[in-house]
Design a protein around this ligand. Structure first.
Ligand code: AMP
Length: 223
């Protein structure tokens, strides 16, 4: 399978798409946000260092992110298709990513942009609830993905949680960072002829279908 870099504003549906691709095709989903949140939850040295930065929706220092990402990419499961979610966040990171990949012999793959209007993001972000155990994603403002019992996962019965940065205030800063730092990546990958655009303003199935079509057209075995 082609490796995938997902580019999208917060709330555009990266996590949901990555989860579907993982379940259907065995992709490994690597989210730098999740790796950082794991460190915060563990309360180790790295976690203490980045906790406040995450809560404010600001970007963590590049060198820290490179290190955790490189460690993760060197694990054995990364040879058969990875989806990178939340990285690169700026052009510097994109350049460094290619260096990291060539060090460890992994292909760049394709960049997929999840395109969505800014106005749709607030409800997606403030309504998002995530299962603390299986990672299933819900939204209390979207009847098709509201949990049947409030704050309980339909799939595994565990408690749901809300990310500390899933509020309007942090979204403002996360979105501004996206426009300023991450959007230039669109140009960067376009110039490499490596950018594919998907409309993610509708439901998750539609987003997935469009990505499957791209992968199929590129020669991957996707049904
Ligand atoms: P995410 O889950 O991708 O929305 O990331 C949550 C938070 O983790 C971000 O707001 C940043 O504070 C931090 N983070 C995740 N990925 C990166 C990255 N590539 N560079 C810098 N900070 C990051």
């Amino acid at each position: 399978m082609k490796n995938i870099i997902l580019i999208a504003a917060p709330g555009a549906g990266k996590g949901t798409l990555a989860k579907s691709l993982k379940e259907k095709y065995g992709y490994v989903h690597i989210s730098t946000g999740d790796l950082l949140r794991d460190a915060v939850n563990k309360g180790d040295e790295l976690g203490l260092k980045v906790k406040d930065i995450l809560a404010q929706g600001l970007l963590v220092e590049d060198e820290i992110v490179y290190q955790i990402l490189k460690n993760r990419l060197q694990e054995a499961d990364c040879q058969n298709g990875i989806i990178l979610d939340g990285f690169p966040r700026n052009v510097n990171q994109a350049v460094k990513y290619e260096e990291i990949l060539s060090d460890i012999n992994i292909d760049l793959g394709v960049a997929i942009l999840l395109d969505i209007d800014e106005k749709l993001l607030i409800q997606r972000i403030t309504g998002r609830r995530i299962c603390s155990k299986c990672g299933e994603i819900y939204n209390i403002y979207n009847p098709t993905i509201t949990p049947k019992v409030e704050n309980v996962c339909d799939k595994c019965g565990s408690a749901l949680y809300q990310r500390s940065d899933d509020n309007e205030e942090a979204l403002k800063s996360r979105y501004a960072t996206y426009v300023e730092k991450t959007q230039p990546l669109i140009d960067y990958y376009q110039k490499k002829n490596n950018l594919y655009v998907v409309d993610s303003s509708k439901d998750a199935d539609y987003t997935l279908e469009q990505v499957e079509k791209i992968l199929r057209d590129l020669g991957d075995q996707v049904d």
